[in-house]
Design a protein around this ligand. Sequence first.
Ligand SMILES: Nc1ncnc2c1ncn2[C@@H]1O[C@H](COP(=O)(O)OP(=O)(O)OP(=O)(O)O)[C@@H](O)[C@H]1O
Length: 129
Amino acid sequence: MEMAIKLKVVSFKEEYKSFGYAAKGAWKSLMERHVRFHLISFLLVLVVNYLLNLNTMEWAVTVVAATLVLSMEVMNTVIEDLMDFVHPDRHPSVGRIKDLAAGAVFFAAGGALIVAGLIYGPKIWDLLA
Ligand SMILES: Nc1ncnc2c1ncn2[C@@H]1O[C@H](COP(=O)(O)OP(=O)(O)OP(=O)(O)O)[C@@H](O)[C@H]1O
């Protein structure tokens, strides 16, 4: 069986347009209270990192942990909205899907707390000592 392979040359105009849609989506996600909370937490991480004078690796790990939680919260909102759109009535499966999506945020937040404990913990301990 022959397979036709279509090669599409990367168009920077299209990539730019997609980036615009993504930026619009990020802006729209800020209409959600939970997303705003995680964005503020992320900004707080930046301020604390600066004040504690973290090294490059510590900056990288904390920024990845905080943006993972933020992204998971946006995806959780997407799933909640999607489920309410396709099935506005109450149904155990809708509840299960929404709970699983919230569980993903829970795992990411748990990881971020561990990262915060490992990186900020000793520095704050030193400051207080
Ligand atoms: N249609 C539904 N059928 C069954 N259970 C649902 C349904 N909608 C929500 N639930 C249950 O209620 C929980 C909360 O859902 P909801 O969509 O209200 O999220 P939320 O975290 O309260 O978000 P928000 O505060 O943005 O409204 C779900 O995790 C699920 O357990």
